[in-house]
Ligand binder design. Structure first.
Ligand code: NAP
Length: 347
């Protein structure tokens, strides 16, 4: 049996989702993967970092989080006010990084990831900021320290996009990527295609928890842009800066434009795209996030609601489309779990 000591930094929706899966799938992990995971440390912003040498009790942690009580109420823990200090002092085999995405400087996630890799920990992450802004640097750091950095959950949550690209379709040459990579905007555009108003649907999406109180990151296309940068790095090995991606959100899509598209047998979708502009390995990429009217013959046009989808164009496979969830507690936890299992298999 392989024993992994795990640290989870960021214990919100996703961190808790992973913890819940570790409890629910404990027997499966042992029986099918010969893997036993001990959660030794957890951190959030409000209560800092807690550590227990013999392992934290996950149901106790989940109950504390649900009641918004301090995580330090868990019995028998050592406490650090700061996650980075706690991680450096205690270590472990693997870090699950699930703090909030920040596209300005990728903090605090990038410091957590750098610290973990440098001290020889594998990293799995759902946090888009560090990979969007510094994928090449962090992957090189992982290589230098002989550990893995995996990021399945950053693009379409647990739907296997990145592993399909790098492992399932290994050896195929990627020519282009087009995707619906943000569930909130797809939910809004799908409802608008059925005749609803942007403002009404946004308010409904906020009430149902699909959209944030401040929806800017979604509706202005920044979330899709972050995923586009990650796909450029993973799929094409090319680092793009955010300003190299043409970005237009959905706030300017009018009811009239939507009606005209539907009349023409089309659907307007927020499409993130990457296109190699020449056929050479190091060719620059054209990267765009924008609302486009797609004919119904396009597989992306029929993907509605909060679902996400991505179409890869490859030399050997022509087109491959993957459709699935792009967010959610267990859906994103699943992406981290799959990466954790992948690390355990090879580590
Ligand atoms: N939610 C999804 O469906 C989804 C899907 C794909 C990817 N992601 C990505 O996954 C990450 C987590 O998302 P989420 O929905 O779980 O967000 P969330 O609920 O806001 O949780 C973020 C967690 O990070 C903690 N945190 C913030 N700063 C910290 C610091 N300096 N040290 C330690 N902990 C810190 C927060 O602490 P407090 O609890 O004290 O505020 C919170 O527990 C984000 O990067 C997000 O973009 C989310």
């Amino acid at each position: 049996m392989k024993h992994l000591r795990l640290s989870i930094l960021g214990f919100g929706v996703v961190g808790q989702g992973l913890a819940e899966l570790l409890v629910g799938k404990r027997t499966l992990l042992q029986q099918h993967f010969d893997l036993d995971v001990t959660l030794v440390s957890v951190a959030n912003a409000r209560h800092g970092f807690i550590y227990c040498e013999k392992g934290l009790d996950i149901p106790t942690l989940l109950a504390l989080a649900a009641q918004r009580q301090p995580l330090t109420n868990h019995p028998g823990v050592k406490h650090w006010a700061n996650a980075l200090e706690g991680l450096r002092a205690t270590g472990g085999h693997i870090l699950a990084e699930a703090t909030g995405t920040n596209l300005r400087d990728a903090e605090p996630g990038i410091s957590h990831i750098r610290a973990a890799l440098t001290q020889g920990m594998h990293v799995v992450t759902a946090n888009k900021g560090p990979l969007a802004l510094a994928a090449q640097e962090l992957l090189a750091l992982a290589l230098q320290h002989h550990v893995q950095l995996r990021m399945e959950a950053t693009v379409m949550a647990g739907t296997p996009v990145l592993s399909t690209l790098t492992e399932g379709m290994a050896g195929a040459r990627l020519r282009s990527v087009r995707g619906i990579l943000n569930g909130t905007t797809n939910y809004i555009l799908s409802a608008m295609a059925a005749g609803r108003d942007y403002a009404d649907v946004l308010a409904e999406a906020q009430a149902q928890g699909y959209a944030e109180a401040d929806p800017t990151a979604d509706v202005e296309g920044y979330d899709a842009l972050a995923k586009t940068l990650i796909l450029a790095a993973v799929g094409f090995g090319h680092t793009l800066k955010p300003e190299q991606v043409f970005r237009k959100g959905i706030t300017s899509v009018s009811r009239e434009q939507m009606r005209r598209a539907v009349d023409e047998g089309k659907r307007i979708k927020l499409v993130a795209s990457l296109q190699a502009v020449s056929d050479f390995g190091e060719s620059p990429l054209e990267a765009r996030v924008e609302p486009l009217a797609l004919p119904l013959s396009d597989p992306l046009a029929r993907v509605d609601g909060v679902l996400n989808a991505i179409t890869f164009q490859m030399d050997t496979l022509s087109e491959v489309t993957i459709i699935g969830p792009g967010a959610g507690r267990l859906q994103t936890g699943q992406g981290l779990l799959a990466d954790l299992i992948a690390v355990a298999k090879t580590a």
